[in-house]
Design a binder for this molecule. Structure first.
Ligand code: ATP
Length: 363
C-alpha cells in the first residue's frame, strides 16, 4: 500500500481557485477524512488523486513515484461514490465477482476475497439476491465490496453514505469502521459530515476555501483547533467566541470579563492586544449553586438538543454563552445559574483567527 503525497497542489477553474497550494501526506494504512463545507475543494483534490482531473500546478506521488500525469487505470485506485455503482439483473455475489475476473487470480483466491468482503460488510443474507431487491444502504455495501475485493493500492470514498436513509447510515458507518479496521489500507474519505469523519478517521484534514486548515487526529482537531474555523465548524453547536482587547502590563496581559470571577492573567501574548476567547458549550460547567470559580448568570433559553442533552443560553453581563448539559441537570436548571469556564478548556485566537499559545491564570 503506497503513501500518497500531494506537493504544492493547485487547481484553478475559470474564476475559481478550487485547491490552493496544498501539501499533504496520506500515510499508508491510515484513514484520512477530507472534511469541510460544500465548495471547499474536497472532491477536486480527490479527483486529482484519482487522475480524473489534472492539477494546474503541483504533483501527486505514490511513494517515490511521481504519477501526476499517469492515467487513472494505471493508478490501482478504487473509488466509491455517493451513488452505488452496481449492476442490476445479477446477484450480489456476481456483482462482487465481476471486477475480479479481470484480475489474474486463481478461482480459490477469488472466492476467498469475495467471502472476506461479504463477511466484513455483513452481506451474508444478500449474496444470492438480485440488486433491485436491496435497499439503498445494502446496494452501497455491494459497491464498496466490489471496490475493496480488488485490493486496490488506494481507496477513495466520495461521500459514500450521504444518499442513504438514516437507519442505513448507522449500519453503513459501522460496516465501514469494521472494514477500515481490518483492511489497514490507505483510505481517503471525503465528507462534509463531522460525525462521520470523527467516527472513521485516523486523521482529519479540515478544509476551507481550497486550503487545509489543520491535519490532526479527530480528538486533537476537536479539542485544540488551530484556527477559529475549526472551533466553529466542529461541534454541535460550535465553540462560543468572545472578542476582547486586553490591557498589557509588562510581559503579561490582564482581562476583565464577565466570564470569570476574577481578572484573567494571560502570559505569552507578545504584545498582541486583540484576542478571541473560544470555549466549547460542553466544556462550560453549569451549577445551581455558587462556587469559587463560577460567576452568576441568568438563563435566557433552554431546549433539548440531540441525544437528550440540554442546550442552555446564559446571560453573563453583556455576553451570552451557550452551555451543553446532561439531561438531569438540564431539567433542574431554572432562572439563576452559576457558570464556570475552566481555563484548561479555553482556546485563545489572534485577530488572524489562528490559535495563540499563551498561559492563563486567575489573579
Ligand atoms: P461539494 O461537497 O459541494 O462537492 P467540495 O468541497 O467537494 O464541495 P469541489 O467540488 O471540489 O468542492 O469544488 C471546489 C470549487 O471548485 C467550487 O467553487 C466549485 O464550484 C468549483 N468547481 C469544481 N469543479 C469545477 C468545474 N469542473 N468547473 C468549474 N468549477 C468547478
Amino acid at each position: 500500500m503506497p503513501e500518497v503525497r500531494l506537493i504544492d497542489l493547485h487547481k484553478e477553474y475559470p474564476g475559481v481557485i478550487a485547491v490552493k497550494n496544498v501539501s499533504i501526506t496520506f500515510t499508508t494504512a491510515t484513514v484520512t477524512c477530507l472534511l469541510g463545507p460544500s465548495g471547499c475543494g474536497k472532491t477536486t483534490m480527490m479527483r486529482i488523486i484519482a487522475g480524473l482531473e489534472t492539477p494546474t500546478a503541483g504533483d501527486v506521488f505514490f511513494d517515490d513515484d511521481r504519477i501526476t500525469e499517469l492515467p487513472t487505470r494505471k493508478r490501482r485506485i478504487g473509488m466509491v461514490f455517493q451513488y452505488p455503482v452496481v449492476y442490476r439483473g445479477i446477484s450480489v455475489y456476481r456483482n462482487i465477482e465481476l471486477p475480479l475476473l479481470e484480475e489474474k487470480l486463481s478461482a480459490a483466491e477469488r472466492k476467498k476475497r469475495i467471502q472476506q468482503v461479504i463477511d466484513i460488510l455483513g452481506l451474508e443474507d444478500s449474496v444470492d439476491k438480485e440488486i433491485s431487491q436491496l435497499d439503498g444502504g445494502t446496494r452501497q455495501k455491494v459497491a464498496i465490496a466490489r471496490t475493496v475485493a480488488r485490493q486496490p493500492a488506494v481507496i477513495l470514498f466520495d461521500e459514500p453514505i450521504t444518499s442513504v436513509d438514516a437507519e442505513a447510515k448507522v449500519q453503513l458507518k459501522r460496516a465501514l469502521k469494521e472494514l477500515t479496521r481490518q483492511l489497514r489500507q490507505t483510505i481517503i474519505y471525503v465528507t462534509h459530515d463531522q460525525t462521520e469523519a470523527m467516527t472513521l478517521a485516523d486523521q482529519i484534514a479540515l478544509m476551507k476555501a481550497g486550503e487545509i486548515v489543520q491535519l490532526d487526529s479527530p480528538r486533537t482537531l476537536y479539542n485544540l483547533p488551530n484556527d477559529v474555523f475549526g472551533g466553529w465548524f466542529l461541534g454541535n453547536p460550535g465553540m462560543n467566541f468572545f472578542e476582547y482587547r486586553v490591557e498589557t502590563l509588562d510581559s503579561d496581559s490582564l482581562l476583565k470579563s464577565p466570564l470569570f470571577p476574577r481578572d484573567l492573567k494571560i502570559s505569552g501574548l507578545n504584545g498582541q492586544d486583540r484576542i478571541t476567547i473560544g470555549i466549547r458549550p460542553e466544556h462550560v460547567t453549569l451549577a445551581c449553586k455558587p462556587s469559587d470559580l463560577a460567576v452568576a448568570g441568568n438563563v435566557r433559553r433552554k431546549f433539548i438538543a440531540v441525544g437528550g442533552h440540554y442546550l442552555v443560553s446564559v446571560e453573563l453581563g453583556d455576553k451570552i454563552i451557550k452551555v451543553k448539559v446532561d439531561p438531569v441537570l438540564g431539567r433542574q436548571i431554572e432562572n439563576e445559574v452559576w457558570v464556570e469556564c475552566p481555563l484548561d478548556w479555553i482556546t485563545l485566537f489572534g485577530p488572524d483567527g489562528r490559535r495563540l499559545k499563551a498561559e492563563l491564570s486567575l489573579v
